[in-house]
Write a protein that binds this ligand. Structure first.
Ligand code: ATP
Length: 369
């Protein structure tokens, strides 16, 4: 296992009665990108501020390279911070902006010139070095902001919603750029976002937060395919995960969930010992994790069709499962869809089972990576 670069240990922050960060523990490996993901108000900025040193934790610890930094002033933590509003000095040229952090560190001019040349080439802003920020577009400004930080060679790069002020096309381009920066520099990166697509496309590991509490910390693959609870399942994915209410049952030695006339088979796996047949449960299954079943498919189940909406090459079929509705994406024009009901089959083991009340995952199954 690689070295742990940053570790949050039972990190907690209270503002009066409000618990903004609720005993969060996360270890981030060197050269890894970790995305802190969650809805507005879940505690992302508070965690960030504690890592940087702008906010003191109520309890818990923050370790960089195994040493507590709680008593290290913000300026000495060697953490590079890039915000969404590209904090660049508007009265200075791009070159002076890039030089700023190095001058503060009393680096000699020839060395500053060398570092600026390296970073500006890396970020494709060499031709803009003598321009002022007001002559630059949004994505160029963000490159300058990233450059200003990268040039100081931080231990950890913190990116706080860095792409949220960019238009969609620019966001995609900057995402590619960030992936390249990450691969070429081996920087340890913490990426704060409420955008699940950004987290899934950039991060090795994702920490999903809600109401100050860590809901799941795992690889992007596992967080998406094996959500630890219903919140994580619902927060990631578009179109969203289907949630099918029903009761746990057994059918011919196989675990199933039933509701009304509908029955869906569950994958094999360990079920919590206190869960038994008849329990109220919720099945979580993504639209792309179901496909049309062949006639002899042993895992097939049938559901009544409510609506069929062709969308170019794919068609979204809305069906019902007891009282719940179920969306599935199928190839347009498949004759199996031109009927009142369709036969579906889960793709591999990507069917999650949650407790109906707590929303916690019950069935431990799958190919985790
Ligand atoms: P956003 O994406 O909107 O910035 P966030 O996930 O970063 O949200 P935080 O800003 O960390 O969330 O806020 C977490 C909770 O703590 C919120 O309920 C917020 O209102 C509260 N909070 C944050 N800072 C303070 C403060 N200085 N005093 C009191 N409450 C605060």
């Amino acid at each position: 296992m690689a070295n742990i670069k940053l570790e949050l240990v039972n990190l907690r922050k209270e503002f009066g009665d409000l618990v903004a960060v609720d005993d969060v523990s996360i270890a981030i490996e060197e050269s890894e990108t970790m995305a802190l993901l969650g809805p507005s108000g879940c505690g992302k900025s508070t965690i960030l501020n504690m890592i940087v040193g702008l906010e003191a934790p109520t309890s818990g610890d923050i370790l960089i390279d195994g040493k507590s930094v709680l008593n290290v002033p913000p300026g000495d933590r060697n953490i590079g911070l890039v915000f969404q509003d590209y904090a660049v000095f508007t009265h200075m040229t791009v070159r002076s902006n890039l030089a700023y952090g190095l001058k503060v560190r009393k680096m000699k001019q020839p060395e500053i010139d060398r570092e600026i040349a390296k970073v500006s080439e890396f970020l494709s802003i060499t031709h803009q070095l003598d321009r002022k920020p007001d002559e630059l577009g949004a994505s160029e400004l963000q490159r300058v902001a990233i450059g200003r930080t990268l040039v100081t060679n931080p231990e950890i790069l913190l990116l706080d919603e860095p792409l949220s002020n960019l238009e969609a096309a620019m966001r995609n381009q900057m995402r590619r750029e960030l992936r390249r920066i990450q691969a070429d520099t081996g920087q340890t990166i913490i990426y704060v976002t409420h955008d699940q697509i950004e987290a899934l496309s950039l991060a090795h590991r994702i920490a999903v937060m809600d109401f100050g509490a860590l809901q799941q910390y795992d690889t992007a693959h596992n967080v998406y395919q094996y959500p630890a609870n219903r919140f994580v399942g619902s927060f990631l994915g578009n179109p969203p995960m289907n949630f099918l209410k029903g009761k746990l049952a057994e059918d011919g030695g196989r675990r199933v969930v039933t509701s009304g006339d509908s029955t869906i088979p569950l994958p094999a796996g360990n079920l919590g010992s206190d869960v038994s047949a008849g329990a109220d449960v919720v099945v979580g299954v993504r639209p792309e994790s179901l496909s049309l079943a062949a006639a002899d498919d042993p895992g097939r189940f049938s559901v009544p069709v409510l609506a069929v909406e062709p969308q170019g090459p794919e068609t979204v079929v809305t069906a019902s499962f007891g009282d719940s509705s179920l969306k599935v994406i199928v190839p347009t024009g498949d004759p199996a869809v031109e009927r009142d009901s369709i036969d579906l089959v889960p793709v591999s083991d990507l069917v999650a089972l949650f407790d109906a009340e707590s929303g916690v995952r019950l069935l431990d199954s799958g190919d985790r990576r």
